[in-house]
Design a protein around this ligand. Structure first.
Ligand code: UDP
Length: 321
């Protein structure tokens, strides 16, 4: 861990810091010797994700909604804007909040970055590509998004957030970075957040039917959280202003993913098929050429290893009730 005294210790604000990704980022920045201000309204974040950090004197928690005026005292060197509902069932249940945090929230946080002269990093998403007509997806692809469909609230909020970020960069000259995050998994995902991995793992562990949507032929590419955090850390420190995909290109069908989880958990659960949600993307795989070339980054954790670590976490959570 890098040593730093109070004067030269860098300070980062992480919005959505009590969420799945935010909490891993809080840990990483503390380990790198930063002072971390974690801001979260706990709508989908969970205080238990960061409770273990409260003993660290360089960790601070602010229970705030970033769509309201936000104030942070003192210097800020960087801001990572991760606040947003992020699983399809969350943003379908919270459509207005999802649109607000992507638009008003991004505007407030960019205003704070400007006032502090802080470098700003936006958590964007592969959902910007919608149901893609180009495969795999490079950053240069503009996407195929249905703005008025149920997923549009998330996709368009993030697309707006990217446009707002670039406008602040071009008009106000602030330093900005944009990461397009592909499906990521690991400890601290919520058991009931409705995404494929937590759904399949909790169903497998409880012996319930595994609910594959559609015929399971749609594809996703799953990245372990530690790899994602490394990519984000490198992106923040790079000079790359245009969006960068961070994800694991190893693509598989959702049916194969379900089978893998049944096998790994040794579960006797049967696979059942349910209706495919509206506008569910048929394929998704990141083109990570840019991240490789500009950040020297590529994923290191294979699916077996990542799933095993995540399984241990879910087992512990379920046995703790
Ligand atoms: N999915 C599924 N069963 C579930 C949850 C999700 O078959 O219980 C499918 C979903 O329809 C999608 C894929 O798994 O095709 C990934 O869904 P997730 O919600 O994890 O993320 P997305 O990539 O759609 O944002």
């Amino acid at each position: 861990m890098a040593e730093a005294n109070q004067v030269d210790r860098k300070r980062v604000l992480i919005t959505g810091g009590a969420g799945f990704l935010g909490s891993h980022l809080c840990e990483r920045f503390l380990a790198e010797g930063w002072e971390v201000i974690c801001m979260d309204n706990l709508l989908t974040g969970d205080i238990s994700n960061v409770e273990h950090l409260f003993a660290d004197k360089y960790f601070h928690f602010e229970h705030r909604d970033v769509t309201e005026y936000i104030h942070v005292g003192g210097r800020l060197d960087a801001i990572l804007h991760f606040a947003s509902p992020a699983s399809p069932i969350d943003y379908l249940e919270l459509p207005i909040q999802t649109l607000k945090v992507g638009s008003l929230g991004t505007h407030k946080v960019l205003g704070l970055a400007r006032a502090k002269g802080a470098r700003f990093l936006l958590a964007s998403t592969s959902e910007c590509y919608g149901d893609p007509l180009v495969h795999p997806q490079p950053e240069s692809y503009w996407g195929n998004v249905n703005p008025v469909g149920p997923r549009g609230v998330y996709d368009e909020a993030k697309r707006f957030a990217e446009a707002m970020t670039m406008a602040y960069h071009r008009f106000h000259g602030i330093e900005t970075r944009i990461v397009r995050i592909f499906n990521t998994y690991g400890p601290r995902m919520r058991l009931k957040d409705g995404r494929a991995l937590p759904a399949f793992m909790s169903q497998a562990l409880e012996g319930d039917p595994i609910t594959v949507f559609g015929d399971g032929s749609q594809t996703r590419s799953f990245c372990y959280v530690d790899d994602l955090v490394e990519g984000i850390y490198r992106l923040l420190h790079s000079e790359e202003v245009e969006p960068v995909n961070i994800g694991n290109p190893s693509e598989m069908t959702i049916l194969d993913f379900a089978k893998k989880i049944v096998e790994l958990t040794g579960s006797r659960s049967e696979i059942t098929f349910e209706a495919l949600p509206e506008d569910d993307p048929k394929v998704r795989q990141p083109d990570i050429t840019k991240a490789k070339e500009r950040l020297g980054w590529e994923p290191k954790v294979d699916l077996e290893t990542g799933l095993r670590r995540t399984f241990e976490y879910f087992q512990a959570r379920l046995s703790a009730g």
